[in-house]
Design a protein around this ligand. Structure first.
Ligand code: FES
Length: 332
């Protein structure tokens, strides 16, 4: 199965063990040609072939950890999650890659960029959540931006810990246990200069904690930025109704995606990742002045989302209007 005409066919150039259970993979064009540059915080979608227990081709998003400008390689670091591979996983396949193996990816997409005119950037990561923030830090180090890093990981298990220390120097604080982190974070988030933005990535419960502490210490939502690990971080969502133009109207229940509901009604929508990262299941929405799509994907641009004229059917839902009615009209 293809993930689109703009897919890139790469080969593995190097693999290494970044930390226990975390594989670092470098990929490049077979002819050594240039790769598209990317914005710090970007990810690529890797196509994971069916087979070896996978019923269908998967498409997983991984943050790019390497150099964003004129990259020769795309680099990712992937935590092995053996239990996930029967479902939406694929990390086992990444961990089995060897030098010379072919890999198909979609070009980089940005859904977690640094804020351009921020006065200061505070990066808060846990575990493998350091990966999208590493390219942020790389960029801040190059341009001399004011930055502070708080990195929580189990002692001896820190991915890219040496690189983070080299790039951030004395602006990096490492903590190895949750109690120390909970003691440290309120203090660090208090008294930051106006115009500072905070960025966080890690397990959902970790990011919830960071957001709670940030809000408690007076940070507005507009200066708090989160990077989720795909659909695992999403809740079941509220029910809503959908009308298919020139077709039926039906309810999409909590825990059922719009994509599944359309399929249940015999309406086929191209799809691949079913995690809001590949862009295959884009559906046209009839814009409305009230309510509209509740976007939960990592694919659409901010402009696309603001237009209210499309959504990714595998993860996104409907916002209630002023009367509390959540409804969309779509043209699959
Ligand atoms: S199937 Fe990939 S974004 Fe929906």
């Amino acid at each position: 199965m293809s993930v689109g005409s703009d897919r890139l066919d790469l080969v593995v150039a190097a693999v290494s063990e970044e930390a226990p259970g975390i594989r670092h993979v470098r990929m490049r064009r077979a002819d050594g040609g240039a790769l598209p540059p990317f914005t710090p915080g970007s990810h690529i979608v890797v196509e994971i072939p069916a087979g070896r227990g996978r019923a269908r081709t998967l498409a997983n998003a991984y943050s790019l950890t390497g150099e964003p400008r004129e990259p020769v390689d795309y680099e990712i670091s992937v935590l092995r999650c053996p239990t996930a591979d029967g479902g939406a996983g694929g990390s086992e396949w990444i961990h089995e890659l060897a030098v010379g193996d072919p890999v198909t990816v979609l070009p980089p997409r940005s859904s977690f960029p640094p804020i351009r005119f921020a006065r200061k950037h505070v990066l808060v990561a846990a575990g493998i959540g350091i990966t999208p923030l590493l390219s942020h830090l790389r960029s801040h180090a190059r341009w001399g931006h004011e930055v502070e890093v708080i990195y929580l990981y189990r002692d001896g298990m820190g991915a890219h810990a040496d690189e983070v220390a080299r790039l951030g120097g004395d602006r990096v604080t490492v903590v190895h246990d949750r109690a120390s982190f909970l003691e440290l974070l309120p203090e660090r988030l208090s008294g930051q200069p106006i115009g500072t933005h905070v960025y966080t990535c890690g397990p959902a419960s970790f990011m919830d904690t960071v957001v709670d502490i940030a809000v408690d210490t007076g940070w507005p939502d507009s200066r708090i930025h989160l990077e989720h690990f795909g659909i695992d971080a999403l809740d079941a969502g509220d029910p809503f109704t959908v009308t298919v133009t020139d077709g039926p109207t039906f309810e999409v229940a909590s825990g059922t995606s719009l994509l599944e509901a359309l399929e249940d009604h015999g309406i086929a929508v191209p799809n691949l990742c079913r995690q809001g990262v590949c862009g295959e299941c884009r559906v046209t929405v009839v814009p409305s002045d009230d309510g509209g799509p509740l976007h939960r994907d990592l694919y659409l641009s901010e402009e696309d989302k603001a237009s209210g004229s499309c959504l990714m059917a595998c993860v996104s839902r409907a916002l209630p209007d002023a009367n509390g009615r959540a409804h969309l009209e779509v043209k699959p």
